[in-house]
Ligand binder design. Structure first.
Ligand SMILES: [Zn+2]
Length: 332
């Protein structure tokens, strides 16, 4: 497989020196969905966090509905036909319906009621595994009650710039009869193309991070968001099939990647684990993980007209340099 890219050159006259200045923009095409992305010369678009997140956490904690003492009273419960207990608990993780539904089945799961302040670097494999297990159990419960709801995804908005309306860290699950746009696009990709993409990245080595056993990790060739990583879980195609060791392995990879983000100074991220209907032949369950702008007053959003309205990524962190900063974590 050829990974498609084209170098564009922009010219301008420097306002200070009057010299002709050329800038290169690397336009790449995602080999799976065809989305394009612009890799810009590094210009500090994503500054490291200098915000006192812990002080902000203390400020907003008194009214947090996910903290101990309030979570039982203020969060909704699952209908009995989905789960008789009303909430799903795995380790410290607690899952309940989203008060503001995004689909016919929308769930929120906190890593722990006691962890109101949970910086990216403190997201351990244990916390991630328990939360993923709660979401997988939820997707299984929904599909058992409603067999037509075959599209499941597990997602995260971490910190306000990523779209989270509540500070207290959590994941979000969606199970529905219809896919999201990206679930549909990915499920339409022929199985062979996933294999060819992984093969091309393994051979080039420029963006390939490694495997954690069964699951393979790489920096996206054509990222839709900054410092974007992808993981591929062969042999299963839906979060409902995430069980036991595989959950632990996925959580371990996520913890490695998030530790890398923390080192790079990023405190906000999104991820999406895109499920296809169970039994979709050759579809590997796969995820995208990307960092978002850091929280502080008057911050610049990393999501511009290009991302939102053109569906085109524009980042100044080259995937190869992201891979270089991450790789060591996946190879020790
Ligand atoms: Zn809280």
């Amino acid at each position: 497989m050829m990974l498609r890219r084209e170098l564009l050159t922009a010219e301008m006259i420097d306002p200070g020196t009057g010299d002709l200045v050329r800038t290169t923009v690397d336009v790449r095409r995602d080999p799976l969905t065809g989305h394009s992305s612009r890799i810009l010369p590094e210009r500090g678009l994503m500054p490291a966090s200098d915000f006192d997140l812990e002080a902000f956490a203390r400020e907003n904690q008194p009214s947090c509905p996910f903290c101990p003492g309030r979570i039982d009273r203020l969060t909704p419960r699952l209908p009995a036909r989905i789960h008789s207990g009303g909430r799903i608990e795995c380790g410290e993780a607690v899952l309940f319906p989203n008060l503001h539904a995004y689909s016919s089945h929308s769930a929120v799961s906190v890593y722990s009621p006691r962890l109101h302040y949970l910086p990216v670097g403190a997201l351990t494999s244990r916390l991630l595994a328990d939360n993923l297990a709660a979401q997988a159990a939820y997707a299984r419960a929904v599909m058992a009650a409603e067999p037509a709801s075959v599209w499941a995804s597990v997602n995260a908005n971490h910190m306000l710039p990523s779209g989270s309306s509540l500070f207290h860290p959590h994941m979000q699950g969606i199970v529905d009869g219809e896919p999201t746009t990206f679930q549909r696009l990915l499920a339409e990709v022929p199985a062979q193309r996933f294999a060819d993409y992984l093969d091309a990245e393994r051979r080039s080595g420029e963006r390939y991070l490694g495997d954690t056993g069964r699951i393979e990790w790489l920096a996206s060739f054509a990222p839709v968001a900054p410092a974007e990583l992808r993981a591929f879980v062969p042999g299963i195609c839906s979060p409902v099939e995430l069980t036991g060791d595989l959950i632990g392995e996925l959580a371990h990879g996520l913890a490695l990647a998030l530790g890398g983000y923390a080192d790079m100074g990023f405190e906000s991220f999104n991820f999406a684990i895109y499920g296809a209907p169970p039994g979709t032949a050759g579809y590997p369950l796969n995820l995208r993980l990307a960092c978002r702008s850091n929280l502080k007053p008057f911050y610049r959003s990393d999501s511009t007209f290009l991302e939102r309205l053109h569906w085109e990524g524009a980042v100044d962190l080259a995937p190869e340099s992201v891979a270089q900063q991450m790789r060591g974590r996946f190879r020790t």
